[in-house]
Design a binder for this molecule. Structure first.
Ligand SMILES: Nc1ncnc2c1ncn2[C@@H]1O[C@H](COP(=O)(O)OP(=O)(O)OP(=O)(O)O)[C@@H](O)[C@H]1O
Ligand SMILES: [Mg+2]
Length: 342
């Protein structure tokens, strides 16, 4: 089964898994599915809670007939620290490693022996005497927790990535002509943003405002049960002309939080890379399905907004119904993980 890779995205609201066959090029979709994340999920510190998450993953793998495949998993952006460092001179691999370890102390608020550092060289030029790297620092205890849960599911990952690294692979692939893109991934407990140029991540951000916060605000202000608030959110969302604009008005302040974060990221990027304008915004994650969101963002950000097609760079059987893949933006992370190649 070494030709089969399963990407497992342990989200705070649901666990998503995508199985791809790497026997073909591009890798081909074999199966995908999701289960609700048993609460409290990965935020828990007790083995009993984590065991339940492990069990849910194991069942999902059985239902997808993927138990023997290779596995790749991701850490949420809220658990890690990333930075693009673009002011190193030209450095050898060894020099680079020690410079990164030294610089990491600036953006990682943890002792250096408590984090794993991973990096990817974006650019290294002798002529311009410059090295640019994308650095990810993952706390060892977070990594250990994910490994433990997977072990409880009888799985051992061949790689641990980050949500945004995976999403970027799924949505941009290795397309060198892809226009510079702001990816906004709206999950349940967070919204993650990344600016991606020529398939390289140049800037990332994560905020704790996601779909859950939207549901909560409806439930609080309009006095609905959470379940009912969730339904109203999914039906009316940011549609101004529905229910006298009641849901729209309730959600607007939070939508504004996301818009201002997107603006901040765009501004920071433009300051750093004035020659490289952002051409479009791509929305991923379950929260991207919010009715009216595309128009709201287009109006407020003044850019072309696209809904992600997580399956754009994978092979699909013709027998697969279009509607089976409709509204599956929440699978972008799992697809990218399953696309992983050693
Ligand atoms: N049609 C819809 N309209 C609005 N929101 C939706 C819709 N469908 C799903 N959502 C929201 O998407 C969120 C779940 O998305 P997703 O599966 O990407 O999150 P997650 O990966 O579990 O969370 P996180 O990444 O933050 O840990 C939920 O908050 C849910 O309410
Ligand atoms: Mg998620």
């Amino acid at each position: 089964m070494a030709d089969f890779v399963t990407g497992i995205d342990i989200g705070s609201s649901s666990i998503k898994a995508v199985v791809l066959s790497h026997r073909e090029k591009p890798p081909k979709l074999i199966a995908f599915g999701a289960v609700a994340t048993p609460q409290p999920g990965m935020v828990s510190e007790t083995d009993m809670d984590l065991e339940v998450v492990g069990h849910a993953i194991k069942n999902l793998m059985v239902s997808l007939k993927a138990s023997n495949s290779l596995v790749v998993v991701s850490l949420p952006e809220s658990k890690i620290f990333t930075r693009v460092i673009n002011d190193f001179p030209y450095l050898s691999d060894d020099e680079l490693a020690s410079s990164i370890h030294y610089s990491a102390e600036e953006f990682v608020p943890l002792p250096s022996d408590e984090v794993n550092l991973y990096w990817q060289i974006i650019n290294r030029s002798k002529e311009r005497n410059n090295t640019t790297v994308f650095v990810v620092a993952s706390p060892k205890n977070s990594v250990a927790k994910y490994l433990k849960v997977l072990e409880m599911a009888k799985l051992k990952p061949i790689a641990i990535e980050t949500d945004l690294v995976a999403v970027t692979r799924a949505l941009v692939g290795s397309n060198p002509f892809a226009p510079t893109t702001l990816i906004i991934q709206l999950g349940a407990s967070s919204t993650d943003l990344a600016v991606v140029s020529k398939s390289l991540i140049l800037l990332t951000r994560s905020i704790g405002t996601g779909g859950l916060a939207l549901t909560r605000v409806i439930s609080q202000y309009l006095n609905f049960e959470p379940q009912q608030a969730e339904e109203y959110k999914k039906v009316y969302g940011l549609l101004e002309d529905q229910l006298g604009g009641k849901i729209y008005q309730t959600l607007k302040p939070l939508a504004e939080v996301i818009v201002s974060e997107a603006r901040r990221v765009m501004q920071a990027f433009q300051t750093k890379y004035p020659q490289n304008p952002i051409k479009r915004v791509v929305l991923a994650g379950g929260g991207a399905k919010l009715p009216g969101l595309v128009i709201y963002l287009a109006t407020n950000l003044g850019l072309e907004i696209q809904e992600a097609d997580p399956w754009a760079y994978v092979g699909k059987d013709k027998s697969l119904q279009v509607r089976q893949l409709a509204n599956t933006m929440q699978y972008a992370v799992a697809v990218g993980l399953a696309m992983y190649e050693e």
